[in-house]
Design a protein around this ligand. Structure first.
Ligand SMILES: [Zn+2]
Length: 93
């Protein structure tokens, strides 16, 4: 279910609009001050939240226990591994 976020140009607050259908059209406005001077923020909130959790998990320090910061090859290998895991997840969505 898509959630669109709009930042108000007047008060800078962010308003979220939940769309029941992807094709549904909305007239965004600031829920705080009522201004229609709002700018769409690219979010895809539900997806990003999942992704953040995954990144947190992926960045768990215990996963880097074998990482030698003085060894670029080791870092590269770890980053590639993370990228692959993230890529797999993103590819599904
Ligand atoms: Zn506002």
């Amino acid at each position: 279910m898509p959630i669109y976020e709009y930042r108000c140009g007047t008060c800078k607050k962010v308003s979220s609009f939940l769309l029941l259908r992807a094709t549904e059209e909305i007239e965004p406005y600031c829920k705080d001050c009522g201004s229609k001077d709002v700018t769409r923020i690219l979010s895809g909130v539900s997806v990003i939240k999942d992704g953040e959790k995954r990144i947190e998990r992926l960045l768990d320090p215990s996963r880097f226990s074998g990482l030698d910061e003085g060894d670029p090859g080791s870092i590269e290998k770890t980053i590639k591994k993370l990228g692959r895991e993230l890529g797999d997840e993103i590819g599904e969505g």
